[in-house]
Design a binder for this molecule. Structure first.
Ligand code: NDP
Ligand code: A1CAB
Length: 269
């Protein structure tokens, strides 16, 4: 299967690197474009794949088209390639936040039976530890979605979800690497406040977050069970936990994620 990426930024580059590194996809079957043909050539050369002349010729070349531009570029790009898409009928995959299957179909053509799959990956595809969700419209067959699932399984784990759950998934998987970095940075700053150099404090914090997540995935217990295991009676951890909850740590995090869900629905309008 020939796979094309419109957009060669952070996400497309991470996915392409992971696909090639997995050994399941040939670089010679991967094509891309960017905002200019010079940029596309440069990115393609770095990744060892091919640059197409422009978006229209890329669509003509591929069986699966991955739209990896920012959500505000979709209208322009789909207007540009709409008629070629209707003619060629590749599987169209969008990784944009917010844009629904119906919105995407309408941007392509009012009356097309275009196969469209929405995927929400996260930045951890860079190290092939991404978590991606997929949903599709009624024109997509089981073989089509399995083929696209393979792409994202080459860069991490995948979940098939109903579209109604996509904004929720986007908040806890698509966006949360940023919130996790914020938490790591906060731990590290506390370390600096109390006397450690920043680079060492950041490494200690990141290794601890990684190990805590790996531990949780390897036990039957819930996060709360694990919290109780770290809190010695009358000890240091429970003192910190109570102070964090005094500042409403849990509801603050939930408010942050609710804001992403609200923004997701605004992007879809
Ligand atoms: N970043 C993240 O963590 C995640 C992002 N997403 C989604 O992925 C999508 C891409 O995000 P991200 O990779 O971060 O964005 P980037 O800004 O890094 O990349 C966007 C790419 O689109 C290219 N581009 C812009 N206009 C055109 C055009 N008309 N034709 C072809 N290419 C064009 C840009 O070209 P140039 O390089 O020349 O500027 C760039 O390569 C977004 O829709 C976002 O919602 C989903 C999950 C996670
Ligand atoms: O900020 C965004 O809109 C994208 C979607 C998920 C992560 N980044």
């Amino acid at each position: 299967m020939k796979i094309g990426f419109i957009g060669a930024g952070n996400m497309a580059q991470a996915i392409i690197k992971g696909m090639v590194a997995s050994g399941s996809f040939k670089a010679s079957n991967i094509f891309l474009t960017a905002s200019t043909s010079e940029r596309a050539q440069q990115r393609a050369q770095q990744l060892g794949v091919s640059a197409s002349l422009n978006n229209t010729s890329l669509v003509k070349e591929v069986d699966c088209l991955i739209l990896a531009v920012k959500p505000n570029k979709f209208e322009g790009v789909l207007a540009e390639i709409g008629s070629v898409l209707v003619e060629k009928q590749p599987i169209v995959v969008s990784i944009a936040a917010g844009l629904t299957l119906d919105t995407l179909a309408n941007l392509i053509s009012e009356h097309s039976a275009q196969k469209i799959i929405r995927v929400m990956p996260n930045m951890n595809v860079t190290i092939r530890k991404g978590v991606s969700a997929l949903c599709s419209n009624l024109f997509v067959s089981e073989d089509d979605i399995t083929a696209v699932e393979k792409i994202f399984q080459s860069v991490g784990s995948t979940y098939r979800l109903e579209e109604k759950d996509f904004a929720n998934f986007t908040s806890i998987a698509g966006c949360s690497p940023a919130y996790t970095y914020l938490f790591i940075d906060a731990l590290s700053r506390a370390g600096v406040k109390n006397g450690l150099p920043k680079d060492i404090a950041t490494k200690i914090a990141a290794e601890t977050v990684l190990g805590s997540a790996e531990t949780l995935l390897n036990v039957e217990e819930t996060p709360w069970d694990m919290i109780d295991k770290v809190c010695s009676p009358g000890g240091t951890t429970v003192a910190g936990l109570v102070a964090l909850e005094d500042e409403k740590f849990i509801s603050t995090v939930i408010k942050g994620l609710d804001a992403t869900i609200k923004r997701d629905s605004e992007l879809g309008k």
